[in-house]
Design a protein around this ligand. Structure first.
Ligand SMILES: [Zn+2]
Length: 411
């Protein structure tokens, strides 16, 4: 089916199948200041299609890259889970590439440098390309060279002239937000040495629609990759995949190792994952729409639970004011009629509001103000947060985990 004014961001074909239209939600995803809460916000509905040629799932609107706005207040260092995870991942890379003083490393969208910090004792040839002003500034304070811009082929040429080609390029949870995918990947291909290592992590489309329904709605994401569609996008730029892993921590996703040279030791998981995706039916739009129906059931279950708590006069607050918290709250219509406020560890967010639902973000100590129920909006950090909240659970507070299943954690 041909869709008006649409061409795939990976393979440029206009042949696609439509399978989902989201409800109207605020176009802005970063937090707003108090003087902005009465200003009208633009609302948008997002339409999702699957390309019938490369099978990349994508929204057909060209959204502003709001996750990368300077006000996003997203810092990797506030999560212990991310710090530990980054340490393990960097150890693996150091071993694979035998990182030494000559090794050149580039991270695209490396936030505040939490991942790159793990390499600074070994090499000084490190660059972070980070469009968010606040994150970039924090990274620079760590003495890691950080360029405050969006990565593109043009930026790649500038880096080639000033820094040279990279031995290692890391792109974690960024590729799915890129609108001009071909330009971005062309820049990556140009910058990577012939024997260089490219590490990519992306959320996995099958996990997103089957388990992490609310994250699928995150309109900060332009694409939703299967391994099949990611492999095709990379191959177009002469980047071939040698290894792939389907990881299950955080929100789950795909970790791919790739490079210029066609590896003879391709990991068996590459072929296995392609086969299992074909079996699931990643080429058939009806599979996506039927999997999404499970998510819609999840939404009504959550709403009923919150409604019943409110009816019994419970004081309910949210935990975690990330971009995806705004998506979940707006999608479910959970606003200041249900929740009193949202708490977050990150002091940069305090005193700001979640757009659309106008819930204020306050420090964690406000959890001791007679709260009965906590809606765990940052549910991907469930283990870390539940551990921190154990004393409150012992005192009788209920924790509602909204996904992948609606569950209540209580004494
Ligand atoms: Zn395509």
């Amino acid at each position: 089916m041909s869709i008006n004014n649409y061409s795939c961001i990976s393979c440029n074909t206009s042949d696609a199948s439509f399978f989902y239209k989201s409800p109207y939600m605020p176009q802005r995803s970063s937090l707003i200041r108090i003087d902005m809460i009465n200003e009208p916000l633009p609302y948008t509905s997002y339409q999702y299609v699957i390309c019938n040629n490369c099978f990349l799932v994508q929204s057909i609107e060209n959204n502003p890259p709001s996750i990368l706005e300077s006000e996003n207040c997203y810092f990797s260092h506030v999560s212990r889970t991310i710090i530990e995870r980054d340490k393990l991942l960097s150890k693996d890379i150091i071993k694979r590439k035998k990182v030494n003083q000559q090794t050149r490393i580039i991270e695209l969208g490396g936030s505040d440098g939490t991942f790159l910090e793990n390499f600074t004792a070994l090499t000084q040839h490190i660059i972070n390309i980070e469009p968010s002003n606040d994150s970039c500034e924090l990274c620079q304070k760590k003495k890691i060279k950080s360029l405050n811009c969006f990565f593109s082929k043009k930026v790649a040429i500038e880096i080639l002239n000033s820094f040279g080609k990279a031995d290692i390029i890391v792109i974690k949870q960024v590729l799915e937000t890129i609108i001009d995918l071909n330009d971005f990947l062309e820049g990556v291909s140009m910058l990577l040495k012939k024997d260089g290592l490219l590490l990519i992590e992306v959320p996995y489309v099958i996990d997103l629609i089957e388990r992490n329904f609310y994250d699928f709605m995150a309109h900060i994401r332009k694409s939703h990759f299967s391994f099949t569609s990611l492999k095709k996008a990379l191959l177009k730029k002469n980047l071939s995949v040698s290894e792939v892993y389907h990881y299950h921590d955080l929100e789950g996703g795909l970790r791919v190792y790739a490079g210029h040279s066609q590896s003879n030791n391709q990991c068996p998981l590459v072929g296995n994952l392609l086969k299992s995706e074909a079996k699931w039916g990643i080429d058939n739009y009806t599979n996506y729409s039927s999997a999404l129906k499970k998510g819609i059931l999840l939404h009504s279950e959550l709403m009923n639970l919150i409604f019943n708590y409110k009816k019994s006069h419970s004081k309910i607050v949210g935990y975690g004011a990330g971009v995806k918290a705004g998506i979940l709250l707006n999608y479910c219509g959970i606003d200041n009629r249900f929740l009193d406020f949202v708490v977050d560890k990150n002091s940069f967010k305090h005193g700001k509001f979640i757009p659309g639902v106008n819930l204020e973000v306050l420090p964690l100590n406000r959890l001791y103000d007679g709260v009965n129920v906590i809606l765990l909006l940052a549910w991907i950090y469930k283990d870390e947060i539940i551990n921190d909240l154990m004393p409150l659970i012992e005192e009788g507070i209920h924790i509602v985990v909204p996904a992948p299943e609606v569950t209540v954690i209580k004494k």
